[in-house]
Design a protein around this ligand. Structure first.
Ligand code: PLP
Ligand code: COI
Length: 356
């Protein structure tokens, strides 16, 4: 990979100031990784260079037809100061699944992970200590200039990095969610399982409704019947019942979350009864009201594991149990974050150490 060092990197004092309370996605590191693709040359010109605005043609197809996909992952500073990624191969695979769905070229997994490793090495001083982490955002855009509707013949892959703290403003406090009854996120045959920008553009009006109703996130129901719980705008969802069983909606139209998959494995390791099965919004309300439903949590790379304390919907609100962080949520969060930071035996081989 060609390295172009930053001529004027952020000073140590300025970096310390920016990293004091980074929140999520507001502070960016000095460099970015880029790789180009053309139909003639394939992938070429991999480099690490100073982070700067792109120059793209106003007719670049991403600006018109949204051929764009992305990933979200984190680098952690863990036990013994080791810098690690968590299951990066899964992100590489999902990125390529998204690429195929959006008629974009796939990137060899080794190049995807290699670009991320190089960027983390160059910008290592931006990895927060303690609870924070370096959020990594690999993405790909179509750059060819034309207005016909067809797959582009030119693409740019890029990785940017952003020191991150808690995703939700309230930190670890349980969140409130708004269940949308007019908007849906994904339909069978659509792009729900792909991580493409268009899915998020389409979710914004529903998310804005959630915020207007005093909630942190929107919950989407299925498009066909408006009955089955699918997922949140940017997270998967889990339910914990009074018999100790755990349920999450099945794959299909939802994003196959890597956190979701890890939580499923950790819950099974504990011997919990785990189901990937449909759950209706009507049952959610009834089970919360009867006390059968003990805990609900959202999970994802950015949000980690966040308890859902209350649901709001047209015509009502419903608290979940006592509205607090429950014991199963807490235990699974501690196991997951422990593993991400090198605490506990890594029996699934999920940690990926970056040689510095
Ligand atoms: N669902 C949606 C719509 C998301 O945007 C995300 C976040 O990436 C997730 C679920 C969780 O996925 P992961 O655990 O891989 O971050
Ligand atoms: C993530 O958790 O990485 C996400 O992409 C969710 C959201 C920030 C889009």
């Amino acid at each position: 990979m060609n390295h172009v060092p930053h001529p004027d990197p952020t000073s140590a004092e300025e970096r310390a100031r920016l990293m004091q309370d980074p929140g999520f996605g507001r502070v960016f590191t000095d460099h970015m990784a880029t790789i180009k693709w053309t139909s003639e040359k394939g992938w070429h010109d991999a480099r690490i260079e100073p982070r700067k605005p792109f120059q793209i043609d106003p007719a670049a197809s991403v600006l018109h037809y949204a051929q764009e996909i992305f990933e979200g992952m984190k680098a952690y500073r863990g036990a013994g100061n080791a810098v690690t990624l968590f299951r990066p191969l899964e992100n590489a695979r999902r990125f390529n699944a998204s690429a195929e769905r959006l008629a974009m070229p796939t990137l060899p997994e080794a190049d995807f992970i290699g670009a991320i490793e190089e960027l983390v090495r160059v910008d290592r001083d931006w990895i927060p200590d303690g609870e924070g982490s370096l959020y990594l955002r690999p993405f790909m855009i179509s750059t060819e200039a034309f207005l016909g509707v067809r797959p582009s013949n030119e693409y740019l892959f890029c990785v940017i990095a952003s020191p991150a703290g808690a995703y939700f403003k309230g930190g670890a406090k349980p969140v409130k969610v708004w269940v949308s009854d007019d908007y849906t996120r994904a339909a069978p045959g659509g792009t729900g399982a792909a991580k493409c920008g268009g899915n998020y553009a389409a979710s914004l009006v529903a998310q804005a409704q959630a915020v207007k109703n005093g909630c942190d996130q929107v919950v989407f129901l299925d498009a066909a019947e408006h009955r089955w719980v699918e997922e949140l705008g940017g997270m998967n969802v889990f339910f914990v019942f009074d018999d100790g069983s755990v349920r999450t909606p099945p794959l299909g139209t939802i994003l196959p979350g890597i956190t979701r998959d890890s939580i499923l494995a950790l819950a099974r390791d504990e011997g919990l009864q785990v189901e990937e099965a449909n759950y209706s919004f009507d049952d959610w309300k009834a089970d919360a009201a009867s006390g059968r439903l003990k805990e609900v949590f959202a999970c994802g790379t950015a949000a980690v594991v966040a308890a859902i304390g209350e649901i709001r919907f047209t015509g009502g609100t419903q608290q979940i149990a006592d509205g607090q962080d429950g014991p199963v949520t807490r235990r699974l969060r501690e196991k997951l974050t422990g593993l991400q930071r090198g605490v506990g035996a890594d029996i699934h081989d999920w940690r990926h150490v970056i040689e510095m």
